[in-house]
Write a protein that binds this ligand. Structure first.
Ligand SMILES: Cc1cc2nc3c(=O)[nH]c(=O)nc-3n(C[C@H](O)[C@H](O)[C@H](O)COP(=O)(O)OP(=O)(O)OC[C@H]3O[C@@H](n4cnc5c(N)ncnc54)[C@H](O)[C@@H]3O)c2cc1C
Length: 406
């Protein structure tokens, strides 16, 4: 390639930042510009996220080893649901739990880590639209793309990576279902009953009632995060933090809620909205992106591409894997005009993984929607439960190869 590859990225969340890093890892002379609508890539209120093995391995390949240090914890797999009376609805075996421990860390730490000195970050710069553009004869990369910013500025590039998240635009709200969730971080300075309990038992997720889930997860050596996901919100308005906290206070489960809430850093409280797999049939047809984005050089990744509900804690992992893959594919091109094929290959390579995630999402969603399953679980031997859950978890994580030690 005689001219440097021009890569434009819409969105600076986990997917966009990973993609930028991966492109530069595989094409060191690429010119990468990332547009982020917010004033920085950091979230105002931080939260904990978990990364599964495959994503941790991908970050390792990009030169970001996450498996040592005190910034994170190793947690046993989430989506191990208990009913409020303590019955395990789904729980993998301790053998598998030791192999597929989830690495938990603060999302802002991950975003900070992903930043690359050679990326041109443009903050408070929202992309209005992205379109395929006509051939530029001086450019040996062939046809390109044009990005229009909300300021009216227009930029040309060779490829555009759309990583603008799930979004909650009016258009998407009408075509799929959404769950609101609130999360909070309990910092290291406290040592009270719920923390001691979490420390003993690792992360757990409790079904408080149909569709209502509450989880507490170790975050690093001393702190924890918790989140509550509410049943589908009929309202178009996102719940406020106050409304969500009121709901959490009413929870009737074995966790000492009031002590946990008291110990929570108020600055960390945040409500976000995610897609609900309750309408998984819509997932394949619902498009979060405008039809203009159909061009072969406009590649959608992360939440913008994959409608996954957050009941398996795989969204950030999938965002990392997507970002990694797009960079690697771009780097593998022998002929720059092959950029026209990257999207097709990307989708083909990611299809099975996303389908497996969705299937597992639906499985856990089913458990979550019907807590009465707990009555039946009294009759299911623990070993059989573990066998079923082990098999589904391995499948959803990308097969045995994906869960081997890092
Ligand atoms: C409460 C909760 C807990 C979760 N916990 C976990 C977990 O433990 N593990 C896990 O794997 N996943 C978890 N997830 C899911 C995970 O956080 C997401 O799947 C992941 O962050 C998606 O990353 P993304 O980069 O695709 O999108 P986002 O993080 O949404 O980033 C999109 C970015 O694009 C920007 N943007 C949007 N529009 C424009 C525009 N027009 N122009 C420029 N920029 C734009 C946005 O400002 C944003 O910065 C959780 C989700 C929730 C709600």
């Amino acid at each position: 390639m005689t001219t440097a590859l021009r890569v434009l990225i819409k969105g600076g969340g986990v997917a966009g930042l990973t993609a930028a890093r991966s492109v530069l890892h595989y094409v060191p002379n690429a010119k990468v510009t990332l547009f982020e609508a917010r004033p920085s890539c950091q979230w105002q209120a931080d939260r904990g996220v978990g990364l599964w093995n495959m994503a941790v391995r991908r970050l390792f390949e990009l030169g970001l080893p996450l498996s040592t240090g005190r910034q994170h914890a190793h947690a046993t797999p989430p989506a191990s649901y208990r009913s409020i009376d303590g019955v395990w609805l789904s729980k993998c075996s301790s053998h598998l739990a030791s192999k597929v421990r989830v690495l938990t860390l603060r999302e802002n730490s991950l975003l900070q880590l992903l930043k690359h000195p050679n990326v041109h970050y443009r903050y408070q710069t929202a992309v209005q639209n992205v379109m395929a553009s006509r051939k530029d004869d001086d450019n040996d990369c062939g046809d390109g793309i044009t990005v229009k910013l909300e300021t009216g500025e227009v930029l040309d590039g060779d490829i555009c990576i759309v990583a603008s998240g799930g979004g909650t635009s009016a258009e998407t709200k009408t075509s799929c279902c959404w769950n609101d969730s609130i999360s909070g971080i309990v910092p290291s300075t406290t040592n009270n009953e719920p923390l001691a309990m979490c420390g003993r038992e690792g992360p757990f997720e409790t079904l408080v009632s149909a569709g209502l889930r509450f989880a507490v997860v170790p975050l690093d050596a001393e702190s924890f995060f918790w989140f509550a996901t509410f049943p589908e919100n009929e309202n178009t308005e996102l719940l406020s933090v106050e409304q969500a906290m009121e709901k959490v206070k009413q929870f009737n489960c074995h966790v000492p809620i009031s002590a946990l809430l008291e110990a929570t850093d108020p600055e960390s409280l945040v409500v976000r909205r995610t897609y609900s797999a309750a309408t998984a049939a819509a997932a394949a047809t619902t498009k979060l992106i405008p039809p203009d984005y159909a061009g072969p050089r406009i590649i959608t990744i992360g939440d913008a591409e994959n409608l996954l509900s957050n009941n398996l804690a795989q969204g950030a992992s999938v965002a990392v894997e997507d970002g990694y893959m797009v960079g690697r594919l771009v780097g593998s091109l022998n002929n720059p005009k092959d950029l026209d094929n990257v999207k097709k290959i990307f989708r083909r390579k990611r299809k099975a993984r996303i389908a497996a995630c969705r299937t597992m999402n639906q499985f856990t969603q089913l458990i979550s929607e019907y807590p009465q399953i707990s009555k039946l679980m009294h009759y299911v031997p623990a070993a059989l439960n573990a066998n079923i859950f082990d098999a589904s978890l391995v499948y959803s994580l990308g097969g045995k190869e994906a869960i081997s030690e890092i």
